[in-house]
Design a protein around this ligand. Structure first.
Ligand SMILES: NC(=O)c1ccc[n+]([C@@H]2O[C@H](COP(=O)([O-])OP(=O)(O)OC[C@H]3O[C@@H](n4cnc5c(N)ncnc54)[C@H](OP(=O)(O)O)[C@@H]3O)[C@@H](O)[C@H]2O)c1
Length: 249
């Protein structure tokens, strides 16, 4: 049971990555529940379009998480924060021997160091009883071909989650959502047929026989924000990906 004092009404929730995909679903759900929401990402127009489609009080505050100086200025303007959610990231795929090191470093900048510096910059503003939610992904523990760097960065985010849970408790809870494959703008660069084929083949390998929807991941984030006895958790929301059938080469 969610006690009234632990609902999101009147909370300030900051969603970095809130302009699309899972982050937008989290922001939309939280604003529907009466939270004041700030969404962030690099593209102001995308944020403003997303904010205009949400009900309630949603503000757009652009920032590039890989620019530590810009993140400090951005964080200083946020005011008090109750919950910080960081779904923003970018990914690099390719065979280990071929994918350029620079692309893997850029991915660590976006998916590990971005959330790291963002959490550190917002931390002084997070109220007692608040939370931070990071995002990893199933590849940390169920590797995929051509995804070695992405698996490694997910593992780093999960390790950071556990360490910060210990260090920032009891005042602030720190958790991580590890999604399986979810239909989102993250795959917008793929040709539609290739994307559908990827969704189908991944879905077929899962106990639930389908990939996820962004709203299903957002539900988990709402739980982690309001769950007063959850910290240090890596929550798999993945259609059963952890027990999936082995991929074929
Ligand atoms: N979708 C999946 O199948 C899946 C599977 C496993 C894990 N995940 C993880 O779940 C999280 C959310 O994924 P998603 O599908 O919602 O992705 P998405 O739709 O691509 O959203 C990512 C958002 O992050 C923003 N962003 C990217 N780089 C940024 C930066 N440097 N600074 C600030 N904002 C930045 C992007 O906006 P701008 O480009 O405008 O900045 C975008 O709105 C990610 O951590 C992802 O790795 C997703």
């Amino acid at each position: 049971m969610i006690l009234p004092q632990h609902t999101l009404a009147d909370s300030h929730i900051v969603v970095v990555g809130g302009g699309s995909g899972i982050g937008r679903a989290v922001a939309g759900a939280a604003s529907t529940l009466g939270a004041r929401v700030t969404i962030a990402g690099r593209t102001a127009a995308k944020l403003e379009a997303a904010a205009s489609q949400m009900e309630g009080a949603v503000a757009a505050a652009p920032v590039d998480m890989t620019d530590e100086g810009a993140v400090a200025v951005w964080a200083a303007a946020l005011g008090p924060v109750d919950h910080l959610v960081i779904s923003a990231s970018s990914a690099a795929h390719g065979p280990f021997g071929v994918l350029e090191t620079g692309k893997v470093r850029a991915m660590f900048d976006a998916k590990f160091f971005g959330p790291y510096v963002t959490a550190r910059a917002v931390l002084p503003r997070i109220a007692k009883g608040g939370s931070i939610t990071f995002f990893s992904g199933v590849l940390s523990r169920r590797p995929g071909l051509n995804c070695s760097g992405l698996g490694a960065v997910n593992g780093a985010v999960e390790a950071l989650t556990r360490a910060l849970s210990l260090e920032l408790g009891p005042d602030i809870r720190v958790n991580c959502v590890s999604p399986g494959m979810v239909r989102s703008e993250a795959y917008a660069h793929l040709a539609p047929e290739m994307r559908d084929q990827m969704y189908r083949s991944t879905g077929d390998s899962l106990p639930l026989r389908r990939v996820g929807e962004v709203g299903e991941i957002a539900e988990a984030v709402l739980f982690l924000m309001t769950g007063t006895y959850t910290s240090g958790v890596v929550l798999d929301i993945d259609g059963g990906h952890m027990v999936r059938q082995y991929a074929t080469r």
